[in-house]
Design a protein around this ligand. Structure first.
Ligand code: AMP
Ligand code: ZN
Ligand code: FE
Ligand code: FE
Length: 275
């Protein structure tokens, strides 16, 4: 009766189509799967359709990338009304920002004597929301990096020579987008925030949950987050951040919540429910 609440598809930078993600969720024995692509909802309806009659439930979600105090913060949103036209418009702007940023990164790589082309990156990304993992894959194809992680560590991470900041959006603005879309906002992988002392203000921006269980969270981090969740009346969630069969990511179902957590998220979402 479990659910993996953090899964990417080819609608962003995952390697599996939404239908394949649903089929894998069933094979994995999951009752549900949260589709949380980066800054897009374009994979959700395909996943929902594929899940019909499969015995798998799809939790419609999103993962919005934001910038906060010189760090990167991701905000998950569950049970969003993903067909709202204003939401699609707002996300289309984010996608345009992603394309601009990716083109700048490619230019930077070219200046660093790595002739990766935009066409190659665009081919790898396909219909998906373009992101650094696609650029990393192009670099691997060209032999400029040993694997995706190597590309990030040497070139693409913040502070590295080919890093380009994204168009600015704050975690608070992401929370507002999610709540306006009738969803429940949850702070993604808080353990990856570099300065823990800076967590406090993030807990006051209107979140409904904290992603406590995450492949890269160790026992001490989980304990710390569970305490915070209890203190602030936030729902502890779990997700694998599955990206498909590309190296370096955890398998689907690596972190799971029981179904009552899903119901709690639904309740909170309904409470915001503006439509
Ligand atoms: P972007 O959306 O372009 O900012 O890229 C962020 C994505 O890069 C996230 O989905 C992360 O999972 C992925 N990512 C960040 N660091 C690494 C890494 N070292 N190896 C593989 N993927 C990474
Ligand atoms: Zn990703
Ligand atoms: Fe993330
Ligand atoms: Fe993710």
């Amino acid at each position: 009766m479990d659910c993996d609440l953090h899964v990417h598809t080819r609608a962003s930078d995952g390697s599996l189509e939404p239908e394949q993600v649903v089929a894998l969720a069933r094979e994995t024995g999951l009752k549900g799967v949260g589709i949380t692509d980066h800054d897009t909802v374009s994979g959700i309806s395909r996943a929902v359709d594929a899940a019909k009659g499969m015995g798998v439930r799809v939790v419609p979600g999103i993962e919005i990338s934001t910038e906060w105090l010189d760090d990167e913060v991701h905000v998950l949103g569950y049970f969003i009304n993903y067909q709202m036209p204003w939401l699609k418009d707002r996300l289309r702007q984010r996608q345009e920002g992603r394309i601009k940023r990716a083109r700048k990164i490619v230019k930077r790589l070219n200046q660093l004597e790595m002739p990766v082309s935009w066409e190659q990156v665009a081919r790898i990304a396909g219909q998906g929301a373009v992101g650094r993992p696609h650029i990393a894959r192009a670099m691997v194809e060209c032999g400029f990096a040993a694997d995706i992680n190597d590309a990030f560590v040497r070139f693409l991470n913040r502070g590295c020579p080919a890093y380009v900041p994204r168009s600015h959006l704050t975690p608070e603005e992401a929370v507002k987008i999610i709540r306006t879309a009738g969803g429940a906002p949850v702070l993604a992988h808080p353990g990856l925030i570099r300065k823990r002392g800076l967590m406090a203000p993030l807990l006051e921006i209107g979140l409904d949950g904290l992603e406590v269980y995450y492949p890269q969270h160790n026992t001490a981090t989980v304990e710390w987050l569970l305490e915070l969740a209890q203190e602030k009346n936030l729902i502890p969630t779990a997700g694998s951040d599955f990206h498909g069969n590309i190296g370096g990511y955890a398998p689907m179902g690596a972190c799971r919540v029981s179904w009552d957590t899903v119901e709690k998220l639904r309740e909170r979402a309904t409470r915001h429910g503006s439509g």
